[in-house]
Design a protein around this ligand. Sequence first.
Ligand code: PLP
Length: 435
Amino acid sequence: VPGRDEDLDALTRRLDRQVLHSWSAQASLDPLVIAGGAGSRVWDHAGRTLLDLSSQLVNTNLGHQHPAVVAGIKAQADVLTTAAPANAVLVRGRAAQAVLRHAPEGFAKVFFTNAGADANENAIRMARLVTGRDKVVSHYRSYHGNTGAAIVATGDWRRMPNEYARGHVHVFGPYLYRSEFWATSPQEESERALRHLRRTIEAEGPGTIAAILLESIPGTAGVLVPPPGYLAGVGALAREHGIVLILDEVMAGFGRAGDWFAHTADGVAADLVTFAKGVNSGYVPAGGVLVSEPIAAAFDDRVFPGGLTYSGHPLAMASIVATIEAMEREGIVEHAAAIGADVLGPGLAALAERHGVVGEVRGRGVFWAVELVADRTTREPLPASAMGALKKDLVARGVLPMVAENRLHVVPPCVITPDEAREGLAIIDDALAAL
Ligand code: PLP
């Protein structure tokens, strides 16, 4: 329940000056205070409530403070708060079982990590070990996390100041609205992006490439839902050349795109799948790698040279078990798919009709991007100043938004109700009108 303490907000802001914040110059920061939350809403100490259309960093899929998950973490804390990864711990096995229950066929084991970046880091390591090759091919329009190889596999601006890992090659993926391939239909975009990937693999030397690492739906880059045939084509190319296919489901998985794993509808079989965020709604830091049978077997008699003190941390594992069980019990994944199909999809399409500033709307489930343009014909992105003003205005109107470049990402918790989704759409409508 929100409180009414302005002083605590001031204290929070003052103490926060000792915190070095991610991805930003520190001097001009003015972070929002978050004191509490429930479901799709958060509030500060003074009781100012916001509808969270960001899911924080697109991770609170189950919403804030789900009672069953909080209870699961508390119950585990009473029994065993920590254990070294070398031990067998009941809750760890149960977490692996819960994740594998929803994995596509062919996955045998889970390697648990602290988050999404180190899940990708370890998936890349596994691919290099089983192929004896070095290179990793990924998309320019991607984010894979902020550790050694993951940040260099990343394609966006965050890679450039951090390029210390070797063996990374980037390609353009499909993005019909701003096609790199002069394509005019999803099919053309898919075929041409696949040709570009094939030619890159040939030019780099297929025998030098350990892995293709892709987000199944590139998220931070703009919710770029791949056109039909693209992921299946990537899978075929990987198989043809003995390349390990790693699909990054860190953002797209666990209900976000209206499915447990977003790529299952694409007719592609990955060798490794990375996850984090929605697996436990971020209540305790956790991530992992789903390992297919042959890759798991490769480490039966050979040492897997990787590990983390907190791999499979009991509190994280308890939060995973409780999250997945709550999602099953409450039909959360189906709910997210329905919210996308019945409310957010049609609602955002209506906004695109009403506001000339909307260039394109794309997504599914509770995973949407609204691309804003200064000019619909030239598709010139709306400038940063206008995006900043929009963000400020949305907060003033009671929505916690996620803004990335010239896009508004509409990514609420999977548990958002139809009424809350309509409330969010109405506020976006007003803010776009004011813009
Ligand atoms: N992969 C994807 C697709 C992501 O969106 C993110 C984070 O936003 C990561 C990996 C990195 O995850 P983490 O920040 O938990 O390390």
